[in-house]
Design a protein around this ligand. Structure first.
Ligand code: ATP
Ligand code: MG
Ligand code: MG
Ligand code: MG
Length: 463
């Protein structure tokens, strides 16, 4: 018999149908004439209730072996459930226990565990309602991302993880090394010679696939990346990871306005898709994690985002009457508290801030005619702050060369990037969305470590 997924049975299973399921026992309740087992296979938030009658062969022995946490296969017949809140249940005719779980040591009990505690048992936390719901939504968003771009004719391109360029110029790169630890190359000053680390050349883990995505856009017009990126952020915020996933579309023949339009359409699409396919998970977040989750989703889907320039944003922050920890002054970057004030308190929806001062943005952003600002855009979300950073890219060879030099970078390192401006340059634009920040925003989860299966951050790398 084919094993069926519990999500499908809960939705469409018919009374009297024979079926077989496999999963893990969430709870066991022994009564006089039968035992109730709640089984979960990860496909849905809800469990399937299995009714085990005392007349089942080897009843006592089987029931002894199916504690919370054990893995089972159940064959039986579906029946309309008399219990409140569930349509269908499964009357067991045969139970096979795959692996028992020791109740004394199994760390998950039928109670709410703190997220801090669950992080300590990261290998088991997918079996809880909250992390189960998060990872299902994460999966739905991943699928929606590909669907969104593929429907619009974008090509998915695979940019390298090992690179030689620091795209953001923020010095947050992880060195990778092929050193033999017994024979580490040293400089004349007796320091480790990192310029030798990748078979004789310096190399790093990528902080962004953007520059390489630009390469591909200059041949395929519209492309996107969706993959892991790495930043050596030695900070312990609830929004930064050392390893996170980025979505980076790059469009040839596109300006900043087109870039913003795409970013807004994209966010609306992903929210809509996730809300439709993971309705029960959203209800759960709204009830148990953050009671504004459903309203936020509706707000995103139905309302136009706010758009302001950086200069206007600075004025609005100065007029706000709020006391911020960090100074608000033209020329300084917005901090998370400023970003959150704008999106959360002032506009009460996502806000796209454009035209940042040239000094605080990366070299590749297009210089505006004023010579002081660049065609950048950051999308700010309530409760999170920045979730997207994007820009129109500098397509003029001479301006780009000057920008690279002014930032103290070596023009010769970017020969291939500059070639794109030498041969058939076009206006182009793109953005980078932090995938975990999106999932955080969507689910209301407070800490970014709880929206990725295996968080990599200072002090959180157990396995
Ligand atoms: P922040 O100001 O929050 O540190 P950033 O400006 O350094 O972000 P960008 O270089 O613009 O980040 O990267 C694009 C997007 O990637 C950001 O808008 C954010 O959503 C996400 N992002 C950046 N750094 C991290 C990180 N350490 N962990 C998770 N997501 C990140
Ligand atoms: Mg940063
Ligand atoms: Mg930023
Ligand atoms: Mg940014």
């Amino acid at each position: 018999m084919m094993t069926e997924r519990i999500a499908e049975l809960l939705l469409n299973g018919q009374p009297d149908a024979k079926t077989q399921i496999q999963g893990w026992v969430r709870t066991k309740r022994e009564l006089k004439d039968f035992t109730f087992l709640e089984i979960n296979d990860g496909s849905a938030l809800a469990n399937l209730q299995v009714v085990v009658n005392t007349d089942l062969a080897d009843y006592a022995e089987i029931i002894k072996g199916v504690n919370t946490g054990s893995s089972v296969e159940v064959r039986g017949v579906l029946a309309a459930s008399p219990a409140k809140g569930q349509r269908i249940e499964l009357k067991a005719e045969e139970i096979q226990v795959y692996g028992q779980a020791d109740l004394e040591t199994y760390p998950l009990q039928k109670k709410r565990h703190s997220f801090e505690f669950l992080r300590e048992i990261g290998h088991l936390r997918g079996r809880t309602n909250s992390l189960g719901a998060v990872f299902r939504v994460r999966n739905a968003c991943s699928y929606a991302i590909h669907r969104f771009f593929q429907e619009r004719g974008f090509m998915w391109v695979h940019t390298p993880i090992i690179t030689s360029s620091d795209c953001e110029g923020a010095g947050e790169m992880f060195h990778i090394t092929t050193f033999d630890l017994k024979n580490v190359p040293v400089t004349e000053q007796n320091q480790i010679d990192f310029s030798q680390d990748f078979f004789g050349k310096p190399a790093y883990l990528t902080v962004s696939g953007q520059l390489e995505a630009e390469v591909m856009a200059m041949a395929f017009s519209n492309v996107y990346t969706f993959g892991p990126t790495f930043r050596a952020e030695n900070s312990n915020t609830s929004r930064h990871l050392a390893e996170f996933w980025m979505v980076e579309p790059e469009m040839a023949f596109c300006d900043l306005a087109g870039d913003m339009d795409l970013a807004e359409e994209f966010l609306k699409y992903i929210f809509k898709y996730a809300l439709e396919t993971c309705a029960a998970d959203f209800e759960f977040f709204n009830q148990r994690i953050d009671n504004s989750v459903l309203a936020t989703a509706e707000n995103i889907i139905n309302n136009q985002f706010e758009r302001v320039t950086y200069t206007e944003a600075i004025k609005l922050l100065q007029k706000s009457g709020k006391t911020f920890t960090y100074p608000v002054e033209w020329g300084l970057d917005l901090q998370s508290e400023h970003e959150r004030y704008l999106a959360e308190e002032l506009f009460k929806k996502p806000a796209i801030v454009t035209d940042y001062p040239v000094e605080i943005k990366a070299f590749y952003m297009r210089l505006n005619d004023d010579g002081k600002t660049v065609a950048a855009m950051d999308m700010l979300a309530p409760k999170i702050g920045e979730i997207i950073g994007g820009s129109q890219r500098e397509e003029r060879l001479d301006v780009l060369e000057t920008r690279i030099k002014n930032q103290g970078l070596d023009v010769s390192d970017y020969w291939w990037y500059l070639d794109l401006r030498r041969y058939g340059t076009v206006p182009h634009a793109g953005f980078g969305l932090g995938f975990e920040r999106l999932v955080q925003f969507m689910t209301g989860m407070a800490n970014i470590r709880d929206v990725i299966p295996f968080p990599r951050a200072p002090k959180s790398i157990d396995f």
